[in-house]
Write a protein that binds this ligand. Structure first.
Ligand code: AHG
Ligand code: MN
Ligand code: MN
Length: 336
């Protein structure tokens, strides 16, 4: 097609940049793209089909499971299993990682960590939701996958990406060679390259945080919020507060417009709310690849050594100058 490059074409054109297992990773990305289109179809019909609301179950995180969480989880797992390029999947919705046993997949070289539906509380009210994925080359040498394959530092990711089901649906991913964004053209059913080489502005005017929890934030975060609200023409303050409540959508907006997203430790959740493997690591890889910064307030997210699948971490992510400024306030109150 003249002038349009689809995700599949782009992935194949770029695969020579990759040092290893090129074809397999390309096929894995294609499988994820396919599952994304299927989930997108369902997200778009929400309200017409019986997919709104909760299942009545509580997941391993202690959170209410929405019907669309279950649907998206099933779709992504099915697509990854069928594709045969990954030997295991860790998902927000499954307590343990899933081992793919069939003969072709079990020796496959990749594992995937997945937040099948991010921001699921927004689905019932027609607000953007997302999917986040993180791909690692397995650490073990073959046979069925093991826990250590998933407990690798974020800096080891082979690829990461997200899909935002918004006013249009976009897939954004990186393999460590910059960040590219694709918009779904529903008339041809393809993700088409729309945002080549995405770069996050070095500074922005938006801060995104659930300020309703202010009272239980660490002192450094409180001070940073006060800073955001002060008037100062030279630094464009006061900043605007924008908080959708879907990490994917909040970070996607900041990636394009500039801004910082913070989910800090709180008194009730001293290790933060968001999960390292399938939320913070992939989003941090993307934001760093776009020229931004991501830390837990003190150290780089991608350098955290994971100890468990559903580990949580505070996160400060976005435009470099803004994250650095927030870290300055954090270091003034290292233990408060
Ligand atoms: P999920 O729907 O996958 O459980 O993730 C929800 C997360 C994240 O998307 C968002 O940034 C955050 O929860 C919002 O939490 P609060 O409602 O506490 O602000
Ligand atoms: Mn999430
Ligand atoms: Mn989720």
């Amino acid at each position: 097609m003249i002038g349009i490059e689809t995700l599949d074409e782009f992935v194949i054109r770029k695969q020579d940049e990759l040092p290893y297992a090129k074809g397999e990773l390309s096929r894995l990305l294609r499988d994820i793209g396919l599952a994304a289109k299927i989930v997108n179809r369902e997200v778009n019909k929400a309200g017409l089909v019986d997919i709104l609301g909760t299942t009545g179950a509580i997941n391993v995180q202690g959170e209410e499971v929405k019907k669309l969480d279950v649907y998206a989880n099933k779709r992504f797992i099915a697509a990854l299993k069928l594709g045969g390029e990954c030997c295991g999947i860790a998902s927000e919705e499954n307590k343990d990682f899933i081992v793919i046993h069939d003969e072709i997949s079990k020796n496959a070289r990749y594992v995937v960590a997945l937040d099948p539906l991010d921001g699921s509380s927004n689905i019932d009210v027609n607000v953007s939701v997302g999917t986040i994925f993180s791909i690692y080359r397995r650490a073990s040498s073959g046979g069925t996958c093991i826990l250590e394959d998933f407990l690798q530092k974020g800096s080891q990711q082979a690829a990461a990406g997200y899909i935002v089901y918004g006013s249009s649906t976009m897939l954004v991913y990186t393999t460590g060679h910059g960040v590219n964004g694709f918009t779904l053209d529903p008339s041809i059913g393809e993700f088409c390259l729309s945002h080549p080489n995405m770069q996050i502005p070095k500074a922005g005017k938006i801060y995104s945080i659930n300020q309703g929890n202010f009272i239980s934030f660490p002192e450094g975060v409180k001070e940073y919020i006060r800073y955001c609200k002060q008037e100062d023409k030279t630094t464009n303050r006061p900043y605007s507060l924008r908080y959708i409540g879907s990490m994917v959508a909040d970070i996607h907006r900041n990636l394009i417009s500039g801004g910082i997203f913070i989910y800090p430790a709180t008194k009730d959740a001293p290790r933060g709310k968001l999960r390292l493997l399938y939320e913070c690591n992939p989003m941090s890889f993307i934001v760093e690849q776009a020229g931004g910064r991501a830390t837990d307030g003190f150290k780089r997210i991608l350098d955290i050594e994971p100890k468990e699948l559903h580990q949580r971490t505070p996160i400060f992510i976005g435009s470099e100058e803004m994250v650095l400024k927030a870290e300055e306030f954090m270091s003034d109150y290292p233990s408060a």
